[in-house]
Design a protein around this ligand. Structure first.
Ligand code: C5P
Length: 300
């Protein structure tokens, strides 16, 4: 008996960051867009809780109780008085520590997979509640599509998307820690008046219209200066994608993955080739958006 759930990566088309809060988090206006790069989480009954991982970056994934997939299984089991005796296997295709919510995807995937396996039938609201406890980006991994996240990013409002967007992603040869990037944001903005984060109406309209040119003109990431400060070579990757014809080039979330919005599928292939030959990144992937949220793909 096993259940497999597929979960998408995300790119933040807008990441507006407010001042640091007393709890150490930052208020955000976070426009998430799910993209068609997926992790798959398979859950099987076992003697105890165990996590394994396969994929090119598998060696960098923690297999202990810090893994969000393990924490998701424990959180659901605790609510229903169950023993989280399962084997969680992650087939990892989303870059690790890349700013594309790969860890969050595994948390949301494990939660849905365990809910299905155990027949707990938790409501959507309950699942979202557990996701929010696990991390700021985890609720969006469950929901997918496009959404505006407020609060620390966990309060979601679904957004309309009027077409398919073509993206290219360049993976770096090392990761960046999200807390470290937020700390660098705090250092860079110290003494400055950081405005309240607000979603851009132009950006929401561009998403609703499915207009890549308008979306490209509106994308923004307040964490980008902090990511570039910690990882200056990313500026070369951004420039290589722009030179290759991307409509917009930005750091994805806290980075270091860089994201390139292109006009169409053909242009995405050209941008991908330009990035590959630039020698400024480790690997390059193309993907379309929006992608669906966590969904059960197989069960036996
Ligand atoms: O919520 P999550 O565990 O994904 O957050 C990871 C880290 O990112 C937090 O510990 C915090 O340092 C930073 N963060 C933040 N403000 C947010 C979301 C995350 O400062 N809204």
């Amino acid at each position: 008996m096993s259940v497999t759930v597929r979960v998408p990566a995300k790119v933040n088309v807008q990441l507006a960051v407010g001042a640091v809060r007393p709890d150490g988090f930052h208020d955000l206006a976070n426009v998430f867009l799910a993209v068609g790069l997926y992790d798959e989480v398979t859950v099987t009954p076992a003697d105890g809780l165990r996590v394994t991982c396969e994929g090119p970056d598998a060696a960098q994934v923690p297999l202990d109780r810090t893994n969000l997939a393990a924490r998701a299984a424990e959180a659901l089991a605790a609510r229903y008085g169950l023993d989280p005796a399962v084997h969680l296997h992650i087939a990892k295709d989303i870059p690790v520590a890349g700013g594309m919510a790969g860890g969050s995807a595994d948390g949301a995937g494990a939660l849905l997979a365990c809910d299905t396996l155990w027949g707990t039938n938790a409501s959507r609201a309950e699942l979202l509640d557990i996701c929010a406890e696990l991390g700021s980006d985890v609720p969006f991994s469950l929901v997918g599509g496009a959404a505006l996240g407020t609060g620390r990013g966990e309060r979601l409002r679904t957004l309309e998307v009027g077409g398919t967007f073509h993206w290219v992603f360049a993976m770096a040869d090392r990761g960046l820690s999200t807390p470290a990037v937020f700390r660098e944001f705090d250092r860079l903005t110290e003494g400055l008046d950081v405005p309240e984060p607000v979603a851009s109406q132009e950006l929401l309209d561009a998403l609703a219209k499915g207009d890549p040119g308008a979306l490209a003109a509106a994308v923004s990431n307040d964490l980008q200066p902090a990511a570039l400060s910690l990882f200056p070579e990313l500026a070369d990757t951004l420039a290589a994608g722009r030179d290759g014809g991307a409509l917009a080039a930005l750091v994805s979330g806290s980075g270091p993955t860089t994201a390139f919005l292109t006009r169409d599928a053909e242009s995405a292939v050209k941008v991908a080739e330009a990035l590959e030959t630039s020698g400024t990144c480790r690997t390059v992937r193309t993907a379309t958006a929006p992608a669906p949220g966590a969904s059960v793909v197989a069960g036996s």
